[in-house]
Design a binder for this molecule. Structure first.
Ligand code: MOS
Length: 704
């Protein structure tokens, strides 16, 4: 019964998911449901001069057609991350302006989905097009700020002097492609108004309480007038954290019509208006002395946002974190393109940032003829060089050393192009991993029931990461109950505010509140275990013992920087004649503080490495240079790894509980695993072939 935390118990929601009984947003059955279909812009920049909805309105089954000429009332939310947040500051159908191809310009509501879709194609739109800005070479760059409006530009020491005195020097430019989220569960929403002022939203949301507050602001309502329900999410990674324009429009139309309305997006629509990771161009300059100590680091980056919101891919956030140098300079620029708004995607900033920095470190290692593991060990930093604070419970060196040992790093040949197997070139590569450890406030209710079970209730939810499972294990351990006796209910805004499933912080924010609520309920029951509590409950005549508790970060952030660490080692096999690459071996060693569930934590790393292999080798979205629409359509044209592309991924965790961070000592594991993956692969490709590839994805034509 004890020691559930840290062991590898099975997923609580596993059976519901594999048997299809887990209900996703669009699957909810509501009597009287009607269906929406979006009308989207076919130009990337300009104005609508006329939109003729007459034929569509008269088509079979059509209930209403909404455009900017009859937009239902929508208020601007505070949009500041604290109270409320939307992905695009411009509200849907705000005016006749077109800022990107695929922008929502209308919504048809009909009795059936097919009728709504048919009628949407009957709407005639006339435009006054303007020339769109679709490529970096035509864009105007400005200084980039963080998502909180803070300055990114930073310099310590004097980079130019440090570089002048260096003996080993590297300067290189690295690029990444636009990447789509492509979650398995497409974006969909059902908006159901019980009356003119009471709304229930069924929508995949990484932030149930935030979504509730945001929709309430949008419709001028008190928070408790809106209920958001998200028990399950079929993949999110950052694209389902806040309402998108389609969700806002659906809820507004449903209010106007007083009919429950379902709006599901097609894969084609999702490529244009539900976020993506911006392409990036990054330049790294490194200078080191002959012994391999870094004297100077410079990292500059460019990324893109849309005309309707601001989002900078914060690539340089990792640069003051990874390696110590007396002279360090970072800077970023941002430009608008006439494409949809870029947004958060698993390790936003850290993932492309580590692609560039960890590729450059490999180039420097070859230049100086120093082992790349050795180079990293030599240049570790004890403190965050921008914040000037030490890292808490940092075990980066163990990740590097154990990873090298498990992989057999020392056995690899020291020259490029020196190993073949079955006619293929074989190469080994490694790179580091890192991600900051964030923590928010969370509240949880626990109920001990007369039937001998415990219920744990919170709006915090599970986007596939394993929240149901770790909450159950933590409560079972705190209460002294078998895990089967713990029921977990998540993802409903009627329950206490459990915070956001983002920034790798759901588990580490929620579990301290779970522990506290369990302690409280035992106190109320005057018991030390749940079994004793059930006995006192029986005598008391009450239906349940209940307690609600909250936990959040304290003042610890003023003394420490919380950051997680890791190292990836991989082997690739390349068929030179056809440019075919297979990743054949993978070893990841991670330092994430205490591991809460060995099985789901390792799964997070495996999923992240898989996503990283896609980032490295396959994922790219290009935009038609004339019309600005993505030239990928669906899951067949947008490539990412399938099972046959992925080797066995060996995952090990090292280190100690980080008790400075939270009472459990866990630091979060959702995002770190993707960082460094693409660099490890490119570094292995260099070892195999002698060819340095600096532009992702590394598709066969780049290998030929
Ligand atoms: Mo994640 S990009 O914080 O959902």
């Amino acid at each position: 019964m004890n020691k559930l935390i840290g062991s590898g118990i099975n997923r609580k929601d596993g059976r519901a998911k594999v048997t299809g009984t887990a209900t996703y947003a669009a699957e909810h059955q509501i009597p009287g449901l009607v269906y929406g279909y979006l009308i989207t812009a076919s130009i990337a920049h300009g104005q609508i001069t006329n939109i003729d909805t007459q034929t569509a309105e008269q088509a079979a089954g059509v209930i209403a057609v909404f455009t900017h000429n009859n937009v239902p009332q929508i208020f601007k939310p505070t949009n500041n991350f604290m109270a409320s947040k939307i992905y695009e500051a411009r509200l849907p159908l705000a005016d006749n302006q077109i800022h990107y191809a695929g922008q929502i310009i209308g919504l048809v509501v009909a009795e059936t989905f097919e009728q709504a879709r048919h009628a949407a194609h009957l709407v005639q739109v006339e435009y006054a097009p303007q020339k769109p800005v679709l490529e970096a070479k035509d864009a105007t760059f400005q200084q980039a700020l963080t998502m909180f409006g803070e300055e990114i530009k930073f310099e310590k020491g004097d980079f130019a002097t440090g570089m002048r005195d260096a003996t080993g020097k590297i300067e290189a430019t690295y690029t990444t492609s636009t990447e789509l989220h492509a979650p398995m569960e497409p974006h969909a929403i059902i908006a159901h108004w019980q009356d003119a002022d009471t709304l229930t939203v069924y929508e995949p949301s990484q932030w149930v309480a935030g979504s509730q507050r945001t929709y309430a602001e949008i419709f001028g309502l008190a928070t408790e007038k809106v209920r958001t329900i998200t028990p399950f999410i079929g993949g999110a990674f950052g694209c389902k954290a806040f309402p998108w324009p389609h969700g806002i429009l659906c809820a507004a139309a449903a209010r106007k019509l007083q009919r429950p309305l379902k709006l599901a997006l097609s894969r084609r629509q999702m490529t244009a208006n539900t976020g993506h990771r911006s392409e990036t161009e990054q330049t790294i300059r490194l200078g080191a002395n002959a012994a391999g100590s870094l004297m100077a680091i410079e990292h500059t980056a460019q990324s893109f946002t849309s005309p309707v919101d601001t989002f900078a891919e914060h690539c340089t956030s990792i640069t003051p974190v990874m390696y110590a140098a007396p002279n360090l300079r970072i800077d970023q620029e941002l430009a608008q393109l006439n494409i949809g708004t870029s947004t958060f995607m698993r390790a936003p900033g850290e993932n492309p940032g580590m692609w560039a920095l960890e590729s450059a470190m490999d180039e420097l290692a070859w230049e100086l003829k120093i082992d790349p593991v050795e180079l990293r060990l030599k240049n570790q930093t004890k403190e965050h060089q921008k914040q000037g604070l030490p890292f808490s419970a940092k075990h980066f060196a163990e990740c590097l050393q154990l990873g090298a040992e498990q992989f057999g790093w020392q056995e690899r040949p020291q020259q490029v192009r020196s190993l073949t197997r079955d006619g293929k070139l074989i190469g080994s590569g490694m790179a580091a991993s890192t991600f900051p450890s964030l923590r928010g406030s969370a509240s949880v209710k626990v109920r001990l029931l007369a039937d001998g079970t415990a219920e744990i209730l919170t709006s915090g939810n599970d986007m596939g990461t394993g929240t149901y499972t770790v909450v159950a294990a933590t409560a079972a351990e705190a209460l002294g109950l078998p895990v089967e006796k713990v029921q977990v209910e998540l993802g409903d805004s009627l329950l206490p505010d459990g915070g956001i499933a983002g920034g790798s912080m759901m588990t580490v924010s929620l579990l301290p509140a779970v522990m506290k609520a369990c302690e409280e309920v035992l106190k109320i029951a005057k018991a030390t275990t749940a079994q004793e509590a059930f006995a006192t409950l029986h005598q008391s005549g009450e239906a349940a013992w209940e307690a609600t508790a909250s936990a959040g970060p304290g003042g610890e952030g003023k003394q420490w920087v919380f950051q997680s660490w890791g190292a990836h080692f991989c082997e690739v096999a390349i068929d030179e004649e056809i440019g075919r690459l297979q990743v054949t071996r993978w070893v990841s060693v991670m330092n994430i503080g205490r591991v809460i569930n060995a099985k789901t934590a390792a799964s997070q790393i495996r999923g992240a490495v898989t996503m990283g292999i896609g980032h490295a080798l396959m994922e790219e979205c290009h935009f038609d240079p004339n019309i600005g629409y993505p030239v990928v359509y669906d899951l067949a044209t947008y490539h990412f790894p399938t099972h046959a592309d992925i080797p066995r991924i060996q995952v090990t965790f090292v280190g100690e509980p980080d008790l400075n961070f939270n009472p459990l000592g866990g630091r979060g594991v959702g995002e770190i695993g993707i960082t460094g993956v693409s660099a490890a692969i490119a570094n292995a490709i260099y070892h195999a072939t002698g060819k340095r590839i600096r532009d992702l994805p590394i598709t066969p034509e780049k290998l030929l």
